[in-house]
Ligand binder design. Sequence first.
Ligand code: NAI
Ligand code: A1CAB
Length: 359
Amino acid sequence: MAYWVYILRCADGTLYTGIAADVDKRAAVHNRGRGAKYTRSRLPVEVVYREACPDKGAALRREYRIKQLSRPQKLALISIYQRKQGSVMKKVAFIGTGNMGGALIQAACQAVGPDQVVITDRDAARAQTLADQLGCTAVSGNGEAARQAEYVFLCVKPQVMAGVVGELVPVLAQQRDKVLVTIAAGIRIATLRGWLEGLDYAPAVLRIMPNTPASIGMGMLALTGEPEAREEHFQGVEDILAKAGRVERLSENQMDAFSAIAGCGPAFVYPFIEALADGGVKVGLPRQQAMVYAAQMVLGSAAMVLETGKHPGQLKDEVCSPGGSTIAGVAVLEEKAFRSAAIQAVEAAFHKTVELGKS
Ligand SMILES: NC(=O)C1=CN([C@@H]2O[C@H](COP(=O)(O)OP(=O)(O)OC[C@H]3O[C@@H](n4cnc5c(N)ncnc54)[C@H](O)[C@@H]3O)[C@@H](O)[C@H]2O)C=CC1
Ligand SMILES: O=C(O)[C@@H]1CCC=N1
């Protein structure tokens, strides 16, 4: 198994060389004050060099040789390494390449180019597969991804967000110009700030609420920041999301309500499309055709609402001929409390979002 030699830059600028099976985990141990006596009094530390060796023995030998180098020689080694890694900061890093992170990564690769996108995931194979598909770069470790980019999108579940943000503190302590962008449901910017313990400044933090149709440029997204957030940061995020769909700036107080409609909403619409197709199958259509007809009908109906500006009630009336077939179907939806179910679904999603924000 590969073993790593790493060099840390300590808070006082001195360098520390060590070996580890997982460099990021080891760096986190150092930053908790339990890595080595030397680093304990020089926190936070940042990983500035890493070199893979075939096994632990080889890593130990390489560590010994690096420790024999003078400080200027070590700095030269670090500098060559960092140049190879791409000394020019990439535009954006994504931490978490799951359903939503993956969708945003696709959109970002189109907007800013895959060469400007670096991604990482606890599931390294997942990140690598996506990077291979899109041509962006997968790296190992959340800190390393953040180190390489200007904008850092946090695309993990709310329940693990605190830990992930904590891992970024050493990088943020060294590189003060990053913009953090959280996509997590419910988590307020102030809450996230609370997890940035130990920093002697306040990094830029913005928050978005996307939805999965962003992967095909048809998303509905909201963007919010603190009153003191800089306009250039809003614009930077909007540039990254330029191919994701419609992006609206919103006050943070409206984010959870927005999330309940636009973030969760696709999962309310898909069962509707599936059920319409089931109905079509029941009355004799092949499944695949029924699905396409239902989906295109929902797409067109949504576009009518947006493009005509007419109230959906009016658009519905325009379809219902007196004594015709549509009103017979509408009456069944009313009888089965379809609209009430949709209202309650949004309300339930809203309350759960607020709850997630407290977790
Ligand atoms: N799925 C959706 O439609 C939407 C999701 N969101 C938000 O997006 C966030 C992610 O949700 P999904 O993509 O649905 O979840 P997911 O479970 O599909 O993806 C989460 C990813 O994070 C990775 N991960 C977990 N712990 C990690 C760690 N410590 N370091 C690095 N990576 C780690 C997982 O391996 C996984 O690939 C959540 O906060 C959610 O609230 C927001 C809007 C819509
Ligand atoms: O289900 C969730 O919690 C996330 C938030 C919005 C959509 N999916």
